[in-house]
Design a protein around this ligand. Structure first.
Ligand code: GUN
Length: 305
């Protein structure tokens, strides 16, 4: 049972990016620019955006956050995206999801310049990912693979079960694992006999948003367990049932605990596992910074060639 320390690996990646930006500043006289748009006041989204902004600034990225009220019209949001498309100081744009009810996500996202799509969610970017014709990947799936790579875990031939079919995590990650020669089963809420499929898995990735959903009886001995879930618990009973002592401590201090989709007792059966928090969360942020830097370098290359 080896803990995959996402916080440590993410910090190492961030340190490298910071050094590279310092060098680029001297040689290209430019700095990467990241614009994050957030609509409404979802507390979890606000916390994620604030974290991304702070880390970007620390690395020397020209980071800005554009906040819009949830009563904003779709047209104002689209105009904000278009103005970032035009802005030469902005190389990467992220629209924090989910958007509040009533916003038509794809009508909006499709206005973003695909070259500035730092999440790589747009059809052309996801299509290239499917075809294994890209080097820039959606942040959370990229974070999962970077963490597995950091621990030199070989994916070839593994029986991988991906639980969750969102375009943010499940669908791209299932393709990326396939491109890395794993045999992938993509499961979701309608899957028959999920427990039976999970019991055959060498690698389980959980991205469903249900605290403690995957229980020890669903996990094969020595499976690799990757937990993408970040569930916020506020009920003491749930916290006692589903949380580690350190998660419980956070609850005592702040009235909220964060836990994953995999039950904490399942980790005891694993060969490797990711903690929540401190696993995939920090890796996702590190990959956002990585993608921002890659988009800046691409743009600079295009301009000088
Ligand atoms: N909401 C949750 N995860 C993500 C992500 O990776 N990108 C965006 N844009 N929104 C999210």
């Amino acid at each position: 049972m080896i803990l995959l320390d996402g916080k440590k690996i993410a910090d190492e990646i961030l340190e490298k990016i910071k050094k590279e930006i310092e060098t680029l500043k001297k040689t290209t006289y430019g700095i990467p620019g990241l614009a994050v748009i957030i609509v409404g006041s979802n507390p979890a989204s606000q916390a994620y955006v604030s974290k991304k902004h702070k880390i970007a600034l620390r690395l020397g990225i020209n980071s800005r956050v554009s906040e819009l009220d949830e009563k904003t019209s779709q047209e104002i949001l689209v105009n904000r995206i278009k103005s970032f498309n035009q802005d030469n100081h902005v190389h990467a744009v992220l629209i924090q999801l989910p958007l509040p009810d009533g916003f038509k996500t794809w009508e909006i996202l499709n206005h973003l310049d695909p070259e500035k799509d730092v999440d790589r969610f747009l059809p052309i970017n996801l299509g290239n990912l499917l075809l294994n014709r890209t080097e820039i990947y959606p942040c959370t799936p990229a974070g999962v693979l970077a963490l597995l790579d950091a621990y030199q875990i070989e994916l070839r031939g593994l029986n991988a079960v991906m639980v969750g079919r969102s375009f943010i995590v499940g669908k791209p990650l299932a393709s990326m694992l396939t491109n890395r020669n794993a045999t992938v089963t993509l499961c979701h809420s309608q899957t028959k006999d999920l427990a039976g499929l999970l019991r055959q898995a060498d690698l389980i990735v959980a991205a469903i948003g249900k605290a403690g959903f995957i229980t020890p009886d669903m996990v094969k001995k020595d499976a690799i367990l990757i937990d993408v879930g970040q569930n916020f618990l506020t009920q003491a009973g749930e916290v006692i049932r589903l949380c580690t002592p350190s998660q419980q401590k956070r609850f005592e201090k702040k009235g909220v605990a964060i836990t994953g989709d995999i039950h904490i007792d399942a980790f005891k059966k694993s060969s490797y596992y990711t903690p929540v928090p401190g696993g995939i969360g920090p890796m996702t942020v590190a990959m956002l910074m990585h993608n921002t830097l890659q988009l800046f370098k691409r743009k600079t290359r295009q301009e000088t060639s």
